[in-house]
Design a protein. Sequence first.
Length: 182
Amino acid sequence: MIKKATLFALMSLIFFLSLNTVKSNAMMMSKIKMMKLMKIFKRHNLGFLPVFYRFHPGPNWVLMHAKALNLNSSQIKQEKILTMEMMHNTIKGVMRFKKALKQYKMDAMQNNPSISKLISDVKAVGNAETYLGYVMIPFHIKGYRVLYPSQKSLYHRLAKKNWIKTMQMMRKQKIQKTKMMH
C-alpha cells in the first residue's frame, strides 16, 4: 500500500522536476537526487502516506484522474500549480531536515559538546521532521477544494477504489516475497 503510493509520488516528482532539465546527465542526477529525497521524506513524514494520503490524495492524483473527474481547464491549471508548489516545498523541507540532522551529528561528535547546543540541534531536527509531516496537507486539501460537489463525490469513490487496489497489490507482493524467502 505504501510502496505504490510512494512510487507514484516519486515518479510524479521526478516527472515534474525533469520537465525543466535539459541535459540527459542532469536528468539522471536529478532522478537519483529525487529518489534519495523521496526516501528521506518517506522515512520522516510521520506516516503521511497511510494516514493522510489514503483519504486525501493530492493535486497530482487529481490530475492523474482529470478525465474521470471531468476537470475543466481552469481546474487543471490550479491543480498543476498546487502540485508544483507542493513538490517545491517538500524538497525544501527534506533539505532542511538533512541540514539539521547533519548539524546535530557534527555537534554530537565533539569531545565536550554543549548541552544547550545539542538540545537546540535536536529541536531543529524535530521541527524539520514535523514540517515533513504536514508540508503536503494544505496542498492536498486545496486540491480537493478546487473540485465541484459532484466531482468531490467521485473523488471519494475513486480514492477508495484506488486504496483497495493498492492493498491487494501489496498483499500479493508480500506473499511473493514470503515465497521467495522459503
